[in-house]
Design a protein around this ligand. Structure first.
Ligand code: NAD
Length: 393
């Protein structure tokens, strides 16, 4: 029997369960590339309910305990006295979400002598030191595609929010004002703008497909070039590098994983090569951007706006400068945590656990590290020398 440590965000301030705005979720039968949705043998929750908080427990606790496992669910995750660090040394499995990540550093992995499986309930496993996980032969898995479309929708929303200057206009409206002149001095149409997408994976492609009908000019870069007919259908221009990509675009959307290669990439130097008044939307990872360089570029007018929903660290401290910098349209890390996304990644987490306990293969698209090496999606999207699994086609 295993000890499973589940780190989740705290319950709603108003108590659990909340009052839901709607009942149920629309039916989705497959992901855009034909991959099937999660297929666990059973669900321990009602889709459309809040699952990612402690009381929601991803719908896993009753099932795991009935199977004889020991389950600890907590939101207390930071520092040596936290429940997470105290319970870690004899845990076999750790589960957390990128929205409230349990940071598994190399030091903590060293202390977690029994750890064999780390599951990201969601997408993006950079909160685990993946090289340290490989060194210890720990399997890291995530629920690939579970919330990619939700993040793409959030990205399109934030592009429009920035370009049209929605936040300032909304504030005037709430304040009882009607000063149209003030409201429109930073407001533009998206039509005709050049939009560049950094990394054309599941999210990047979904963003380009959703933005193409706005009659924008799309360009992208990725370690793997997309097929010619796909580029032609959306009118995409391929650029060899992010440096080439950012030169003449009006809007940059960032959808690469956080790796040694992408950390700190959006720095003073790169931002300085962009057109004055460009916008950036980054729902990938906060650490891909240099925090203070973004603030400087907004202050100087080099950037006209910055949005996204990812911060470093998470939760972001109350005095994080991105909360108050000018022309920001930040949200807390919510784009992939809709009730719709939660239902899919909770089901996918259960599917991964079922495979693990049965000793059957975890779907390759869910696997980041296995047997001491990057594997599956990890080999494609995280490894220094990536393997093309054809998933960009
Ligand atoms: P994906 O694996 O489908 O795509 C990642 C793409 O990045 C791949 O096409 C890969 O080739 C490319 N890539 C990797 N390193 C690169 C580099 N150095 N230069 C250029 N391209 C590179 O993943 P996805 O589902 O599209 O998600 C992308 C990222 O978005 C995740 O890793 C995660 O960090 C983030 N994410 C955020 C949320 C959220 O809620 N905000 C939710 C899901 C994912």
């Amino acid at each position: 029997m295993a000890k499973i440590l589940i780190v989740l965000f705290p319950d709603p301030v108003g108590g659990y369960p909340p009052n839901y705005a709607r009942t149920g979720l629309p039916e989705i039968t497959a992901y855009p590339n034909g991959d099937t949705l999660p297929t666990p043998k059973a669900l321990g929750f009602t889709p459309g309910t809040l699952l990612g908080c402690v009381s929601g427990n991803l719908g896993l606790k009753d099932w795991l305990e009935a199977e004889g496992h020991t389950v600890v669910v907590t939101s207390d995750k930071n520092g040596p006295d936290s429940v997470f660090e105290r319970e870690l040394p004899d845990a076999d499995i750790v589960i957390s979400q990128p929205f409230w990540p349990a940071y598994l550093t190399a030091d903590l992995i060293e202390k977690a002598k029994k750890l064999k499986l780390v599951v990201t309930a969601g997408i993006g496993s950079d909160h685990t030191d993946l090289n340290a996980a490989n060194a210890k032969g720990i399997t890291v898995a995530e629920v690939t595609y579970s919330n990619s479309i939700g993040v793409a929708e959030h990205t399109v929303m934030q592009v429009l929010v920035l370009v049209r200057d929605f936040v300032a206009q909304h504030r005037l409206s709430v304040a009882g004002a009607w000063n149209i002149a003030d409201a429109v001095t930073r407001s533009y149409d998206l039509e005709g703008m050049r939009v560049g997408v950094f990394a054309a994976g599941r999210i990047g492609r979904a963003v380009m497909e959703r933005l193409a009908p706005f009659d924008v000019k799309l360009s992208y870069t990725d370690r793997f070039r997309l097929p010619g007919e796909y580029e032609e259908k959306l009118g995409l221009e391929y650029k060899e590098s992010i440096h080439e990509l950012v030169k003449d675009i009006d809007v940059l959307c960032v959808h690469a994983p956080l790796t040694d290669e992408t950390r700190g990439l959006l720095n003073d130097e790169l931002l300085g090569t962009m057109k004055r008044g460009a916008y950036i939307v980054n729902p990938a990872r906060g650490a891909i951007a240099d925090r203070d360089a973004i603030v400087r570029a907004l202050d100087s007018g080099q950037l006209a706006g910055y949005a996204g929903d990812v911060w470093e660290p998470q939760p972001a401290p109350a005095d994080h400068p991105w909360r108050s910098m000018v022309h920001n349209a930040m949200t807390p890390h919510t784009s992939g945590a809709t009730l719709s996304g939660q239902a899919r990644y909770a089901a996918g987490t259960r599917e991964i656990l079922e495979s693990w306990f049965e000793g059957t293969e975890i779907r390759p698209e869910y696997v980041i590290t296995q047997g001491g090496r990057y594997s599956g999606t990890g080999a494609h999207s995280y490894a220094d020398e990536p393997e093309n699994d054809g998933k960009n086609s």
